[in-house]
Ligand binder design. Structure first.
Ligand SMILES: Cc1cc2nc3c(=O)[nH]c(=O)nc-3n(C[C@H](O)[C@H](O)[C@H](O)COP(=O)(O)O)c2cc1C
Length: 205
């Protein structure tokens, strides 16, 4: 089994190794506004939920990019959920657009107004979370943007029995490089209690 000392690797090799192993990563398709009102949209797979009470999510900008600059300036962003039908426009918005270019326009994406924050959401996204900047924490080459979720939107077609149905959402996860995976075959496991484990209810008969 090969073992690696990150200190002996080239940063590009370490990036590929880490992003091959932390998989699949959810993708935040982050919409922001520049201070002059220019719309910006870019995917970030360094993304996760941090707290549910209050609800807080985070995405990380590797280095300083337009999304990070905009959040620093305006304090607001929207996380649009990337689903299988949106991978092509999502990928297009990852190009290195100059800051004055509007990725919504280039990707021919309709924007829908948000209800609490100023940046619009992607109208075609099946779910979106409007966020207000809480804190930016920088370490290594990562600038972690933490935001309070102030509004959540879920399309009717994925809302079932009072919750989001993963079979209807079709979220996409990122693997290393240009690899992706789609949630097409979710499965469910009941989590045992300590009493189940202690009393042997989890052992094979
Ligand atoms: C699926 C996917 C996930 C990505 N995740 C990140 C990420 O987590 N952090 C990051 O800085 N860049 C990430 N990128 C690259 C950015 O999307 C890209 O650099 C983009 O141009 C940044 O746009 P901006 O300058 O408008 O913020 C990702 C690209 C793709 C295709």
């Amino acid at each position: 089994m090969p073992s690696f000392d990150p200190a002996a690797l080239h940063p590009g090799e370490t990036y590929f190794l880490l992003t091959s192993l932390v998989v699949p990563r959810p993708i935040a398709w982050v919409s922001t506004l520049a201070s002059d009102g220019t719309r910006n949209l870019a995917p970030h797979s360094y993304f996760n939920a941090i707290s549910s009470h209050p609800p807080i999510v985070h995405f990380t900008s590797t280095g300083v990019k337009d999304s990070l600059r905009n959040v620093r300036e305006t304090g607001e962003f929207v996380v649009n959920v990337v689903t299988a039908d949106l991978v092509e426009p999502m990928n297009l918005t990852a190009a290195d657009f100059p800051p004055e270019e509007d990725e919504f326009t280039w990707a021919a994406l309709e924007a829908a107004p948000s209800t609490v924050v100023a940046p619009p959401r992607v109208a075609a996204a099946r779910a979106a979370m409007e966020c207000r900047l809480r804190e930016i924490v920088s370490m290594g080459n990562g600038n972690m943007v933490f935001g309070d979720v102030v509004a959540v939107h879920v399309a009717d077609e994925v809302w079932h029995d009072g919750r989001v149905d993963p079979r209807r959402l079709h979220a996409v996860g990122r693997l290393a490089g240009s690899g992706y995976t789609a949630v097409t075959d979710p499965f469910f496991l009941r989590r045992p209690t300590w009493a189940d484990v202690r009393d042997g209810a989890t052992r094979d008969a």
